[in-house]
Design a protein around this ligand. Structure first.
Ligand SMILES: C[S@@+](CC[C@H](N)C(=O)[O-])C[C@H]1O[C@@H](n2cnc3c(N)ncnc32)[C@H](O)[C@@H]1O
Length: 283
């Protein structure tokens, strides 16, 4: 069984890159105008009308919708772990709308976990056996083998330094028949050399916060880890135009985040839902 280093004693995140340390620590990305409501993802905008100015309520709706897009691929009623849970609001959504037996929110950053415990204080007090937040890295998870029937991660894999280690750990903590769902942005097939172009347009790639992972690297890592039924679906058309439309209406201190849409249009980046299954029937 893999163990993990203790996180949180001095407010730093062991193993996290300097930008992940800063952005999810003192800078608190959830508080910048591009995000809203405590979530930190670009959102899934299908069904939200884009022919009008967007509100902060629309923004939260999109962020919750991205969680729903992922969670509906997983078996309800199961024990789930979320990797890179941020403020943990997706875990509450998973419990309330998808009937998971329990959700474990794991994050590499101790400050995020403190925020998550504050943001979810009510449900933590009411049903402590159904929700918990624990420190840990995607590449080195603090759980015994076969602990979960479902594993999901929402807009965090672009930070994972080692996708092969993440895939191996996912396969290890899932029980036979368990299911995985990953949503985030990756380089599409044929854009493996786009890292430089992305760094030139997007500060988050230039400064090392976001890593230019080709989609194929993740898919191969999941298969190499022994997972089956590995599938990827592009959802960029429901992510980038809505996110950019929202940005066009907020007072941004910087303009580079608008380049996510141009990078998508130019084939440098896309947003995906990736699913896979642990072999075996779980009997
Ligand atoms: C963009 S936020 C997404 C948060 C949340 N999933 C959401 O959609 O609101 C990415 C999160 O991943 C966490 N993270 C980054 N690298 C990680 C790693 N290697 N292992 C676990 N968590 C990580 C960060 O601390 C941050 O909370």
């Amino acid at each position: 069984m893999t163990t993990h280093e203790d996180a949180g004693t001095d407010g730093t995140a062991p193993g996290a890159s300097p930008r992940v340390q800063a952005v999810y620590g003192p800078e608190d990305l959830s508080s910048v105008p591009a995000f809203s409501g405590g979530f930190i993802n670009f959102g899934y905008w299908e069904g939200i009308p884009l022919d009008r100015p967007l509100t902060a309520e629309d923004r939260v709706r999109s962020e919750r919708a991205l969680y729903r897009r992922v969670l509906r691929t997983l078996p309800g009623g199961s024990r789930a772990v979320e990797v890179g849970c941020g403020l943990g609001l997706g875990g509450t959504l998973a419990l309330e709308e998808f009937g998971f037996e329990s959700v474990t929110g794991m994050d590499i950053h101790p400050e995020q976990l403190e925020r998550a415990r504050r943001a979810n204080a009510r449900i933590l007090a009411r049903a402590p056996e159904r929700l918990r937040f624990v420190p840990g890295a995607a590449e080195r998870m603090p759980f015994p083998d076969g602990e979960f029937e479902a594993l999901y991660t929402v807009e965090a894999a672009q930070h994972f330094a080692d996708l092969a280690a993440f895939a191996r750990e996912s396969a290890r903590v899932l029980r036979p028949g368990g299911q995985l769902a990953v949503t985030s942005f990756f380089l599409p097939d044929g854009a493996d050399g786009a890292a430089e172009a992305l760094a030139a347009r997007l500060d988050s790639f230039a400064d090392g916060l976001d890593l230019a992972h080709p989609l194929g690297t993740l898919l191969a890592a999941l298969r190499d880890a022994g997972l089956t039924d590995v599938r990827a679906e592009s959802i960029g058309a429901h992510v980038w135009p809505g996110f950019d439309h929202y940005l066009s209406g907020v007072d941004l201190p910087v303009t580079w985040p608008r380049n996510f849409l141009t990078a998508y249009h130019d084939g440098l980046l896309d947003y995906y839902v990736v699913t896979a299954r642990h072999p075996g029937d779980g009997a």
